[in-house]
Ligand binder design. Structure first.
Ligand SMILES: Nc1nc2c(c(=O)[nH]1)N[C@H]1C(S)=C(S)[C@@H](COP(=O)(O)O)O[C@H]1N2
Ligand SMILES: [Mo]
Length: 456
């Protein structure tokens, strides 16, 4: 975050102090016994431009979310209100034809996140779909139907199938499927890890049309030795080296044979946009997005755990037993990150929204999902987690689709509030208050998210 460039501020702002030395700022603001000092409360209020009605309920050491995370720039107004520019600069905007404004996380390779409030559609449109490339983009093709997929390795009959043949030879299915980057939420890890510092917006729930991978694997005939897949795409490696894959991951056969794992050739009833893997991509819902190979050319059936680019070590793997945050580890005792953990987004209000004075309730909406499981409940709080209100959670459109949630929550007065929202999965696991199970590449961070709302 860039520093505040206003000329000679009289004191270092609390925000700057939190950035430079959070522990000292906490100690100054909160004192030894965790009671918020009166002067610190006034400083926080001044920095936020509003009083904090629920200040007495702030857990010791809470830095207001609007100070911790600057709101997006003007022009990305949320349905629930206009966006409020905080003092510090917000995220960098990424623009391209066919896309709403996204948040640029990297340009080589191109990585862009969807602002959470733009995920307010039940089915994610192409214009709001996040982008995660690991390499360069391949050239678009003129005849998508003649794109060829090879299935080889531990099969009785290796296959070479054009997209047109896939479509005509196997039953077509259309499903809403959640596809989330394994690094979604990474920005919440402390200490910071390697990789794109995703917020909460590396998630999509488009309607995909394709054929089941299992039908194609059955046509090839799996040998008893077949235990894993390996996926190849046409995107050149970032270095341009032709003998290297940009990303080359694989999954255990059980997931490849799941009826929701599909070879997709259409998205939302149209051709897949080039950037999202046209003309053929895997969709492996509920598991890290890296299993959903774009520009798919080959699936190599393996008799061992696949060992391509992005496999092994600390890649898409998480500690079985927690490790010391910030420590080095070669990942030898880690396990593959497969089903993603439970998470919720809030799509009705942008972080930093300002609502008219006198607003006394919030109509909240969002989505929740839990990898291969479902979300059993979503709760929201506007008093720093002291009390929680249960939201209504809809059933998924089909297995592996996200679930929309909504509910109303009352506000006592004008002022600065934070909406805290958290989901619980069908096995009773709830999002943690802070990103748990720290790992060197920052996967699976599903901490409770917070959105600041200013009333008046
Ligand atoms: N060929 C190819 N497939 C890929 C990738 C890639 O870089 N190349 N990135 C993966 C990762 S890490 C994610 S999160 C998803 C992102 O898909 P999207 O760009 O359509 O959102 O694609 C996956 N499939
Ligand atoms: Mo990803």
């Amino acid at each position: 975050m860039a520093s505040n460039k206003r000329a000679n501020p009289p004191d270092r702002s609390l925000q700057e102090l939190y950035r430079d030395d959070p522990e000292r700022a906490d100690a100054l603001a909160w004192g030894r016994r965790g009671a918020l000092k009166g002067s610190a409360l006034a400083t926080m209020g001044a920095a936020l431009g509003a009083s904090i009605p629920f200040a007495a309920r702030m857990p010791a050491g809470t830095l207001p979310e609007l100070l911790a995370r600057p709101a997006a720039a003007q022009g990305t107004a949320a349905p629930g209100g206009t966006s409020q520019g905080a003092a510090a600069p917000g995220p960098q905007v990424f623009r391209m034809p066919g896309k709403n404004d996204l948040i640029l996380l990297g340009d080589r390779p191109l990585v862009a996140e969807t602002p959470e409030h733009q995920l307010d559609e039940p089915v994610t449109s192409a214009k709001n779909f996040f982008i995660r490339n690991n390499g360069q983009m391949p050239e678009p093709v003129t005849d998508p139907d003649s794109w060829t997929l090879t299935i080889d390795g531990e099969v009785n009959t290796p296959l070479s199938l054009k997209v047109g043949e896939l479509r005509s030879r196997f039953p077509n299915v259309t499903l809403q499927l959640q596809m989330e980057c394994g690094g979604n939420g990474r920005g919440a890890y402390a200490p910071q890890t390697r990789g794109n510092q995703w917020g909460n917006g590396a998630i999509s729930n488009a309607e995909w049309t394709g054929v089941r991978l299992r039908d194609v694997l059955n046509a090839a005939g799996l040998k008893p030795s077949a235990i894993y897949t390996g996926h190849f795409g046409a995107d050149p490696h970032l270095s341009g080296a032709t003998d290297r894959q940009a990303i080359n991951r694989g999954m255990r056969i059980a997931k490849a044979m799941d009826e929701d794992t599909i070879l997709a050739f259409r998205m939302n009833g149209e051709a897949i946009p080039h950037i999202h893997g046209a003309p053929l991509r895997l969709i492996t819902p509920g598991w890290p997005g890296s299993f959903s190979q774009k520009w798919l050319t080959r699936i190599w059936i393996r008799n061992q755990v696949h060992d391509g680019a992005g496999m092994g070590g600390t890649s898409y793997r998480v500690p079985v037993k927690p490790i010391v945050p910030g420590s080095n580890n070669n990942g030898a005792d880690f396990a593959e990150l497969e089903s993603m953990p439970v998470r919720a987004i809030l799509s009705s209000h942008a972080h930093g929204s300002r609502l008219p004075a006198g607003t006394r309730s919030l109509d909240l909406r969002g989505a929740a999902w839990a990898g291969d499981l479902t979300a059993r409940a979503v709760h929201a709080s506007v008093d720093f987690g002291a009390t929680w209100t249960e939201m209504q959670v809809a059933a998924p459109a089909n297995r592996h689709a996200w679930q929309r949630w909504q509910g109303r929550i009352a506000l006592p007065s004008d002022g600065y509030f934070e909406v805290w929202y958290r989901a619980t999965d069908s096995e009773g696991r709830m999002q943690p208050h802070a990103a748990a199970n720290w790992n060197p590449q920052g996967y699976s961070a599903n901490a409770i998210n917070r959105a600041a709302i200013l009333v008046g």
